[in-house]
Design a protein around this ligand. Structure first.
Ligand code: OXD
Ligand code: MN
Length: 595
């Protein structure tokens, strides 16, 4: 039975039924009974498997098709009437042409299947920053994941109301999981997302990257707010005051780890604590007090499992102990628990690897073969996280004091620096880059520009996106957060990381918050303000001396002159769309380097 009277929703769902022709339609109300029944059904068909319910209560296992294990950027489209509105960093197609191409693929695609209609809210129900989406899908796995990742169910429709047309329409069909016909398509002008031939989370949990970043970034530009690929954390000081930071990093830079950081002992003893508000996405808007406020639109974590362990991220690991869905990790057949590379050095002997083959896990591991897919995932409820912020569900969100950008740079970027002002900070974010590691295919050490970590997620022309950043800065004026850049990945001549990272990154956050409060001095360099080496607290660190910090803060002028060339090349891609203010910042940087 339809859960809403909203004629816009009813009309659109009817159209989707007419198109896909499911045998039956189930509206997802979000009730325990309904979810339990769906879980049982998915278990009976083998779509998911129940794990050990004593050790991992409420946890499920799922395996995707081997050709369907990650986001597919080359098959992801932004379809706007004008090609220029999608910009040079997105795949574009004319909306009419794309609808014409995909419609026959969806025609009757749900025959013999059930369509699930999922109402959901991105952001706490009732938050002025939250938005509603409706996803129709033929996958119970999607329903169960959306239940963790969003506020799913009837309450979302109540929030939408009986007349509003402001909801994102998501159509997902597994079809044949055919990689040749896989499409992840956004129609920002229609508030619409069409996804077909995939069952992998990033392509099918349409509330996440598709809505909360690509569509939402477009909405944010038109409505005067921002959707960013950022974690949000609260740093509590011994006096109980909490300051909030949001931070953007490209993939594989430890974003989830930073979001859930456990401070070093010296800090915890004094009463410092880090609270997690979000690990992936932030929606930010100017509040009544003039400051920038942020919510995490998500309700769970869709985290990469490999590399997650007690040392790298105890809080994430703890989050996965109940009511979690594991995808493409390794299963221990003796006790139906899970394992992945980097969890510990003790893989199960009686294992099923991610492709479903029974193997001797110990031998497999010794031979260097992967038991879990490198992009295997856990979908865990945010409320499981031991350090989830008490403000997580606050409809107002949290006020942001600092924005951090970062990347993986072996030599160029120092441990930390502060932008001179918002415009310079926008420049810093727009030039963000990471060097490729051995973990990914292709050459190692190649610089990949990834502005604000939004390259695959910006739903419109990135030149306009930079302009929107500059406008937001004007709107916020002197209440704008300060902007910083960090680099945890400087290496010595042997290629070893110099900075310990993980919990010790707290030492850098400490300086950042001091700067925001006017409690720390800085040195002006060609690239921005830097700490004095003695202002980075290294108490309790064995390998990091004052000299090492001095080294970590060193700005290599020759390397930065090369960097300027790389930035110019990158900027030129955007033609007229690149705001002049950013070219001016580049010129000013060059002048300072030449001084
Ligand atoms: C993610 C990503 O999965 O950024 O969060 O790829
Ligand atoms: Mn992400």
């Amino acid at each position: 039975m339809a859960l809403t009277k909203n004629p816009n929703v009813l009309k659109w769902v009817d159209e989707m039924i007419t198109l896909t022709k499911p045998d039956s339609v189930v509206w997802i109300d979000g009730s325990k009974e309904q979810l339990e029944a769906l879980k049982n059904e998915a278990c009976s068909t083998g779509e998911v498997m129940e794990l050990n319910q004593e050790k991992l209560p409420g946890c499920l296992y799922h395996r995707t098709d081997p050709t369907d294990v990650a986001r597919v950027e080359d098959r992801t489209f932004i379809c706007t009437t004008n090609k220029e509105d999608a910009g040079p960093t997105n795949n574009w197609c004319d909306p009419e042409e794309m609808y014409a191409k995909l419609t026959p693929m969806y025609d009757g695609v749900m025959k013999g299947r059930t369509m699930y209609v999922i109402p959901y809210s991105m952001g706490p129900i009732g938050s002025p920053l939250a938005k509603v989406g409706v996803e129709v899908t033929d996958s119970i796995y999607v329903v169960l994941n959306m239940n963790i990742m969003t506020r799913m169910g009837k309450a979302a429709f109540d929030n939408l109301g009986d007349t509003s047309d402001d909801f994102v329409r998501g159509l997902h069909a597994k079809a044949q999981i055919d990689p040749e016909n896989r499409y992840i398509v956004h129609f920002p002008e229609d508030n619409t997302i069409w996804s077909i031939n995939s069952g992998y989370g990033g392509n099918v949990l349409l509330g996440k990257k598709c809505f909360a970043l690509r569509i939402a970034s477009y909405q944010g530009k038109n409505e005067g707010w921002m959707a960013e690929h950022m974690l949000i954390l609260g740093l509590e000081k011994p006096n109980g005051e909490v300051k909030y930071i949001s931070a953007a990093f490209p993939s594989a830079c430890g974003k989830t780890n930073l979001a859930m950081l456990i401070p070093p002992e010296g800090y915890t003893k004094k009463g410092y604590k880090v609270w997690t508000v979000g690990d992936d996405i932030a929606w930010l808007k100017k509040g009544e007090d003039g400051r920038l406020w942020a919510i995490n639109p998500e309700n769970g974590f869709f985290g990469v499992a490999p590399g997650t362990n007690e040392k790298s991220n105890l809080n994430a690991l703890e989050s996965t102990k109940k009511d979690t869905i594991f995808t493409n990790v390794c299963v221990n057949n003796d006790d139906l628990t899970v394992w992945w590379e980097g969890l510990d050095k003790n893989p199960p002997e009686n294992a099923t690897e991610w492709l479903g083959k029974k193997v001797n896990g110990k031998e497999y591991f010794a031979e260097g073969k992967k038991l879990a897919h490198p992009n295997s995932r856990f979908t865990a409820p945010a409320e499981n996280c031991p350090c989830i912020s008490p403000e997580f569900n606050n409809p107002k969100g949290v006020p942001i004091s600092a924005i951090i950008f970062g990347g993986r740079r072996a030599k160029t970027a120092p441990l930390v620096y502060e932008a001179f002002d918002w415009t310079h900070g926008t420049f810093v974010g727009s030039t963000m880059a990471s060097e490729t590691t051995a973990a990914a295919a292709g050459a190692v050490g190649v610089v990949r520009r990834d502005p604000m970590a939004m390259l695959p997620f910006c739903g419109y022309n990135m030149g306009d996106y930079f302009a929107h950043w500059l406008e937001m800065g004007e709107k916020l004026g002197d209440k704008a957060p300060k902007i910083f850049n960090v680099n945890w990945f400087r290496t010595d001549d042997e290629g070893n990381f110099i900075w310990p990272g993980f919990g010790d990154n707290m030492r850098v956050l400490d300086w950042i918050i001091d700067r925001c409060e006017g409690n720390a001095e800085a040195v002006e360099t060609a690239i921005g303000y830097e700490p004095k080496p003695e202002d980075i607290n290294i108490e309790g660190l064995d390998d990091v001396t004052l000299d090492v910090v001095t080294d970590l803060l060193n700005v290599d002028i020759a390397l930065w002159k090369e960097e300027v060339k790389g930035i110019k090349e990158f900027y030129d891609k955007f033609g007229d769309k690149l705001p002049k203010a950013l070219y001016d910042e580049l010129d000013k940087l060059e002048e300072r380097l030449n001084k």
